[in-house]
Design a binder for this molecule. Structure first.
Ligand code: 3H9
Length: 719
């Protein structure tokens, strides 16, 4: 075998059993060296007369994490995966997959060509290719339905969610669970089978497919599931087409051929590139460029949360879900009681929906304790303050926390836009202060912006990022600047949506155009959901003049139209329903405000709506990158996909701009500059990259930067 190939397979023997161990750290993907090793050693075991059975396992914590994702779009070295798997499937000697950890995608597909499958009780198996814009292309769409039936297989492939060993055993994906030493148990299992004249092959099992023939509901249900959960995505339809072929074709190899064709179509579809960009982008975002990987972490054994409202409760649930005991502090006993009740109710709902067992609920609830006293926080390792957005109040809390907690404890403020340095400045430990911007509901939304203050230490940053990973969040670092990353970008997007409304488009048209682009919810439906009255009341209280783009929303509030909360806003809502119905009675208000501000209303195309809203995100993103507020453009993609409903299959706004071509982006912006020259001035970095025919990537270094960063007290906010 040549040395350039990536990864390897270790070959050992134990008596009459050959053990092939995939060794490609950290997660054993099927890189070139692994495929070559499998091909070579299966045939070696078959040629060795002293060998009567073969065990295939993985080194470390993973069995096989699938195909090597970094190879997609490149010319692969070594044998292809199909060759390696054929070698296993047609082995003369029985092969058992000893699944020691994660068997995902091509990893499970490798196990499915083995004659037998045994897992440890910690093993998990799944076909998550759909999350990468792909389908299981190494026989998964043909073999899994044969094993567990097309309906279950479709659910697994369309959700991409792996299942536990226990569930895999129940469904028939694996044959046994090892409770002791996996390899010893696997050998024992295999010895019993060795005398058999035949060993089962999944490809030969046709009963479950024949049963499904003519039963239209299997595919109809899958289509309904895909259109509900994976709107706009290409791969789900391809997966369903593969399973349809598995059901209807008598010949296994014909189904396999179709799978290969459909896989190739996914591979060349731009969605695949976009979704793989997000896979690697999420992992890149978790790294901080100037903080070494080996930075020691502050051990987190116990946490505190200040504030028992929706946000505080959600954050406490995140700690508990990660196994970290957490104290929830509120100074108001009634609020605290209510907050704990909401947490309990949220978990109860999960139990009722089958998302957790009662036993699991009891464990996490046992980790959350209420307290009214700062003194109880004396031994926590981290506190997240989650009270409402008021700098003075947060500063007061930080003074108390600085006094009450151990001097090494990290103090985090959950804020969507306040100045972290101003909060840190009231403590004696600014190096231990950091911002955490969780998104609501914090126990569900994956995005976490981690705000780096000017004094936040490497240890503090690295620790908070590692907690984000433990909480299974998509964590992104932002420098301390107004609106951080997400809300700052949102500002331009909502600004354009409001301008389009003033210029003649109706909320329904704007929302539909952006939803057809793939946004999970259009801006006006979103504003109705949040409540139009929040900004209106704040402006009234502060005697602040209404900006042009808020004039329509404020006029609606004057007519008691606050949004979903009172069933009328930009839309009308029927009693008890969240479905938005157009509100023609608002149109006179729109016209009047346009007239009063000398804005001529006109027909606006859907394309103009999409371009103006999305390119507003891109231009602000370029500015954010130029200032170094985000470390890399991919970080902004992660923010927008996980926090703001941007379609994952478009790879995020910055990736989308790269794919369009930055020169095209500038061309469109130049056209729009007739409407608003100031707004559509390209960010210097965008102009520079377009001139160089380049794309967005890493943030420029300090020396390369044209703009210096400062925490300006600008008003960032959408509504
Ligand atoms: C497939 O199989 C297609 C086939 O059906 C058909 C083929 C013909 N490849 O996530 P982590 C890297 S498609 C290459 O931080 P964890 C990852 O980038 C594949 N690299 O660890 C990271 O690198 P770095 C279907 C991979 O413990 C490092 O490994 N399979 C791959 O939190 C550690 O990763 C999947 O979609 C890969 N397949 O989670 C599974 N996987 O350190 C994808 C990981 O430089 N993988 N890396 O940042 C996962 O879901 C998680 O990595 C896993 C471990 C759960 C396994």
């Amino acid at each position: 075998m040549t040395n350039e190939l990536k990864g390897k397979v270790n070959y050992t023997t134990k008596g009459n059993i050959a053990i092939l161990e995939v060794d490609n750290p950290p997660v054993n993907p099927l890189s070139s060296g692994v495929r070559a090793g499998l091909t070579e050693y299966i045939s070696k075991a078959n040629e060795d007369d002293s060998i009567e059975g073969i065990i295939l396992t993985g080194a470390g914590r993973s069995f096989i994490a699938g195909a090597d994702i970094s190879e997609f779009g490149q010319k692969p070295d070594g044998p292809d995966l199909h060759t390696a798997l054929r070698e296993i499937e047609f082995s003369k000697k029985p092969v058992l997959a000893a699944i020691n950890g994660t068997a995902l995608g091509g990893g499970l597909e490798t196990a499915l060509v083995c004659n037998y499958r045994m897992g440890t009780n910690k093993a998990i198996v799944g076909l998550p290719e759909v999350n990468l814009g792909l389908l299981p292309g190494a026989g998964g769409t043909q073999r899994l339905p044969r094993l567990i039936g097309p309906s279950q297989a479709l659910k697994m492939m369309l959700s991409g969610t792996p299942i536990s060993a226990k569930k895999a055993l129940q469904q028939g994906v694996i044959d046994a669970i090892s409770e002791n030493s996996l390899i010893d148990d696997a050998i024992m299992f295999l010895q019993e089978k060795i005398g058999q004249s035949e060993h089962p092959k999944v490809r030969d099992k046709n009963e479950k497919l024949i049963e499904a023939r003519g039963a239209d509901n299997v595919l109809a249900e899958a289509r309904a599931l895909a259109s509900k959960t994976r709107r706009g995505q290409f791969a789900p339809g391809q997966i369903i087409a593969c399973v349809e072929a598995a059901i209807n074709e008598d010949d296994f190899d014909v189904g396999m051929k179709k799978e290969s064709e459909y896989f190739l179509e996914c591979l060349i579809n731009p969605q695949r590139e976009a979704m793989i960009h997000i896979f690697f982008g999420e992992r890149a975002a978790s790294k901080i460029s100037d903080i070494p990987k080996e930075t020691p972490l502050h051990p987190i054994q116990k946490a505190g949360v200040v504030g028992s409202g929706t946000m505080g409760g959600g954050i406490a649930m995140n700690f508990a879900n990660s196994g970290i005991p957490v104290l929830v502090l509120d100074q108001d006993e009634k609020n605290l009681e209510r907050g704990m009740g909401v947490i309990d109710k949220n978990y109860q709902m999960m139990v009722e929906r089958g998302r957790m067992t009662q036993e699991q609920k009891d464990i996490v609830m046992g980790l959350i304790s209420p307290t009214l006293s700062y003194e109880d926080l004396a031994d926590v390792d981290i506190v997240v303050e989650a009270v409402y957005e008021n700098l003075e109040l947060k500063q007061e809390i930080f003074r108390s926390l600085d006094e009450a907690t151990n001097e090494n404890a990290i103090l985090a403020s959950n804020t969507s836009g306040l100045d972290i340095d101003a909060i840190a400045s009231v403590t004696n430990r600014p190096e231990k202060v950091v911002g955490t911007h969780f998104f609501s509901p914090a126990n569900i939304m994956r995005l976490l912006e981690v705000v780096r203050g000017q004094d936040s230490s490497d240890e503090t940053m690295a620790t908070v990022m590692s907690i984000g990973k433990r909480m299974k969040k998509a964590s992104v670092v932002s420098l301390n600047a107004p609106g951080f990353i997400g809300n700052r970008m949102l500002y331009g997007y909502t600004y354009q949506a409001n301008m389009l409304l003033l210029e003649g488009a109706l909320p329904n048209q704007i929302d539909n155009a952006l939803e057809s682009f793939g946004m999970s919810m259009g801006p006006f439906r979103m504003m109705d959901l949040v409540g139009l009255d929040l900004g209106w009341r704040a402006r009234k209280l502060g005697n602040i003049e209404t900006p042009l783009t808020n004039k329509i929303a404020d006029a609606l509030c004057e007519q008691d139209r606050f949004g979903q909360k009172n069933s009328k806003g930009f839309y009308n809502y029927s009693e008890g329903s969240r479905a938005p119905n157009p509100a023609p009675e608002n149109e006179d208000i729109y016209k009047e405000i346009s007239d009063n501000n000398n804005i001529a209303r006109r027909e606006i195309s859907d394309q103009e709506i999409i371009d103006r809203c999305i390119l507003a995100l891109v231009n602000e993103g370029a500015q954010i990158l130029e200032e170094g507020v985000a470390q890399r453009s991919g970080d902004m993609d992660i923010v927008y996909i996980n926090g703001y409903g941007f379609p994952i299959w478009r790879g995020g706004p910055m990736f989308y701009a790269n794919q369009q071509g930055l020169d095209k982006v500038i061309e469109k912006m130049n056209n729009f500059s007739k409407l608003d020259e100031e707004f559509w001035k390209p960010a210097p970095l965008l102009q520079k990259l377009a001139d160089e025919s380049s794309v967005f990537g890493e943030a420029p270094t300090q020396n390369e930067r044209a703009t210096k960063l400062s925490f300006k007290k600008t008003n960032i906010g959408g509504v």
